[in-house]
Write a protein that binds this ligand. Structure first.
Ligand code: DX5
Ligand code: ZN
Length: 223
């Protein structure tokens, strides 16, 4: 099966935490991945969900999980998410000294490996590591909370990463996360993103499935 030209990954951070299985089902057939934001109250001030929730939710939906770890010490915790059946596990460049080694561990544990770059981090030093990764996530806000305003200045990093990926013919998804909505997805797609996380824009909508269809149409500028 060919890889889809673009990925829409609704973030359950914006869903009702008492009804996570319902939130997953509401986007089945429309979402490519389900984005799961794991925050530890150390790497970021917020605290969300962890491995037991991911394990339970994994059994409740067939949608591939895109786990975004905003945690310290990802070497200790990230492999557990791969073993729990996550499709992709992304950890932050700022949280580890040896991203390539952890990517290798994740792939060996059965998931794709993703590297996340927060708002204030330059992507340049990490571009040479991309052959170790399946996903590069560029934060388009400061990591930590949903519902923030999209920062257009972060798209310079998306453009640089897109040039590097295309020049090297790398098989890397270029994902953006933060403030992605009907009025911002087109700019992110034009900059070169091909995977889009959307929390508020999907779960804040009356009809999450319809919101995804709309985002997909607006973001389809590259295909
Ligand atoms: C924030 C998270 C995002 C968040 C995005 O640090 O990484 O995935 O859910 O939420 P919105 O789409 O509302 O900006
Ligand atoms: Zn996220």
């Amino acid at each position: 099966m060919d890889a889809p030209s673009m990925i829409i990954a609704p973030s359950i951070l914006a869903a009702d935490f008492a009804r996570l299985a319902d939130a997953a089902r509401a986007v089945e057939g429309e979402a490519d991945w389900l984005h799961v934001d794991v925050m530890d109250n150390h790497f970021v001030p917020n605290l969300t969900i962890g491995l037991p929730v991911v394990r339970s939710l994994r059994a409740a939906t067939p949608i591939p999980f895109d786990v975004h770890l905003m945690i310290e010490d990802p070497e200790r915790w990230a492999p557990g998410y791969a073993e729990a059946g996550a499709y992709n596990v992304t950890f932050h460049a700022e949280a580890t000294d040896d991203p390539a080694a952890l990517a290798k561990t994740l792939r060996a544990a059965g998931s794709k490996a993703g590297l996340a770059i927060d708002r204030d981090t330059d992507v340049t030093p990490y571009l040479e590591l991309l052959p170790h990764f399946d996903t590069l996530l560029i934060m388009t806000i400061k990591a930590g909370f949903g519902g923030q305003k999209f920062l257009p200045g972060t798209l310079d990093k998306v453009r640089a990463a897109r040039r590097h990926i295309d020049a090297g013919h790398l098989e890397v998804r270029l994902e953006v996360d933060g403030g992605i909505a009907a009025d911002t997805i087109e700019a992110a797609a034009e900059a070169g993103a091909d995977a889009f996380v959307a929390g508020t824009a999907v779960y804040g909508a009356d009809d999450p499935a319809e919101a995804i269809r709309r985002l997909r149409a607006l973001g389809s500028v590259r295909s």
